[in-house]
Design a protein around this ligand. Sequence first.
Ligand SMILES: NC(=O)c1ccc[n+]([C@@H]2O[C@H](COP(=O)([O-])OP(=O)(O)OC[C@H]3O[C@@H](n4cnc5c(N)ncnc54)[C@H](OP(=O)(O)O)[C@@H]3O)[C@@H](O)[C@H]2O)c1
Length: 328
Amino acid sequence: MNSRTLGPTGYSVSEIGFGGWGLGADMWRGADDALAREALRAAVDQGVTFFDTALAYGSGHSERLIGEVLRDHIRAGRVRIATKVPPLNEEWPGRANRPLAAVFPVRHIAASTETSLQNLGVEALSLQQLHVWHDAWLDDPDWETCYDRMGRLKREGKVLHWGISINDHAPETALRVLADPLFETAQVIYNIYDRSPEAALFGLARTKPLGIIVRVPFDEGALTGQIRSTTVFPPGDWREEYFKGDRRAEAERRGKALAGLLDAEVETLPELALRFCLSSPAVSTVIPGMRRPAHVRQNAAASAKGPLSPRLLSQLKGHAWDKNWYPD
Ligand SMILES: NC(=O)c1ccc[n+]([C@@H]2O[C@H](COP(=O)([O-])OP(=O)(O)OC[C@H]3O[C@@H](n4cnc5c(N)ncnc54)[C@H](OP(=O)(O)O)[C@@H]3O)[C@@H](O)[C@H]2O)c1
């Protein structure tokens, strides 16, 4: 497993990190806690040192599982955990016309941080992120108090570093806040279909500098080739909505077109998707969602194979796909 530096935090993090949304087991169905624990242990065995979670994932369930399995590694500084302050109004994505007091009132930021510390069973959060953001909030009269409280949590040693988890498919909505030195990382959707961060965010990352955490590298599974027109999700799984109507058939068609590019250089679609992300030097770590040890081992192996060839990267440009399937 290769490592990269997570921007100004100075953390050395594995190129393949661990996406912990599925561990929450509320929106993602079809796996269980025993399997999740095995997946977490397998990740440590494979050299994964960066784990992403959020208080919102199963109302703290993902954090508690990660804390239970990884606590000794966290305390010894062998792994870094990133978590998130949920928006109080429970609205994803963050909307420009909402007052900051409805989304991130100061008391909520402090209380969420305390709850995450308890769930993980640690004294300090390696990285705390705002789970939604819109740059319009910088002009909100409550921003200064909010910003001061985040600075105080850092001075108190409860939050070691702050980051922003950027609204889905909208990297341009966080460029102003990310110019501020308090924010050292940006978590953003970047994959073969959505290359929008390349325009301005990666440029900012080069000059500031900024740690870039790539989420949703598989487009929620479409880029693994596992979503077909006939795919049936477990009852209650949120992807029933994401891949509704003819979207499954479209995902299958596009996945097959990408599979046509596989050869000796890249053997599987998940490998192609992960190595695409890692081919950008602006990227610090990629966090595929993983709930099964077999996926952990497959994904971890992508790091050692290095960036894609210029030929393949150029072919992938034609596969970009402008869409937003998240509920609004
Ligand atoms: N707003 C935010 O801040 C936000 C939003 C979304 C995600 N995230 C973070 O980003 C992480 C990644 O995103 P995501 O989990 O939504 O989507 P993703 O990583 O694009 O895709 C996850 C899907 O890929 C499957 N998968 C993983 N490895 C595979 C492999 N080797 N072969 C075949 N299938 C494989 C998983 O399988 P299984 O179904 O079997 O597990 C799951 O269905 C999340 O876990 C979370 O930490 C943050």
